[in-house]
Design a protein around this ligand. Sequence first.
Ligand code: GDP
Length: 305
Amino acid sequence: VRYDKGLAKSRKGFGAKLNALLANFRRVDEDFFEELEETLIEADVGFETAMKISDELQDEVKLRNAKSRSDVSDAIIERLVDIYESEGVDEDNSLHFAKEPTEPTVFLFVGVNGVGKTTTIGKLAHRYQQAGKKVLLAAGDTFRAGAIEQLAEWGRRVEVDVVTKPEKSDPAAVVYDAVVKAKKENYDILLVDTAGRLQNKVNLMNELDKIKRVITRELPDAPQEVLLALDATTGQNALTQAKQFKEVTDVTGIVLTKLDGTARGGIVLAIRNELHLPVKLVGLGEKMDDLRDFSPEEFVYGLFK
Ligand code: GDP
């Protein structure tokens, strides 16, 4: 239900193709599995993950002696949910907060330009502000022209405070000011924007390390999350980006943005299977309410409705 509107495209694309495959279903034979693999690959599930799902499904169908359409359909749905849930190093899709309730929680956002970092921070700020939390934002993307003002605009829109410095300032200096302010003025949560320039990985690595050091020096438990934003509409490119970011910093979870903009929502499964990282949040639109916690069941059932 919570995914209803945002998954409309994937439901019409990926979901409808799976449903069509099942509607034409006669028997579980080689053709059937070939078609299933094609459908999965077209939906951005990725080759490796598609083969894995198909192989496991073949075993499952034998094991259960599944013959009818509904048996096979149930087995597919269960496989899609399971491939997500069984893959985890960290099976936890939920966001982690400071253990000490008096200490601010810090989430660091990374990802390349345009994937939706700033928008996600705005949406999350709105969520926590609505929940009665004291929220602070740090405009750590001092590189991209307009990024600081964009975050400040979100701050005004959702009525939370934003720490900024002029363009080209040291991002770690912005973060330092924000962490000190968060501690001193008892903020519950600090959301940090960063610039994600993958073109220069060494610089990016140093910059993120420095930002983390500044945070950890003041708050030894923080950051509780390093969230990598990926644009679902870029399909397999998102996967490549994620692999590169994993080399640069310790990512704790994925924010999959613009899931409303793709008909091939299978990228969620690829991320889990190939990156072993949990998708923690999904973006289903541009507005402040268009952010959801990720649930594999709701996602998979949302596709088939
Ligand atoms: P950043 O450069 O990573 O900070 O990306 P922005 O937050 O500026 O987002 C880039 C564009 O993507 C903006 O036009 C956003 O409105 C749009 N956007 C972000 N998240 C979503 C989403 O979940 N769905 C849709 N449809 N658009 C989004």
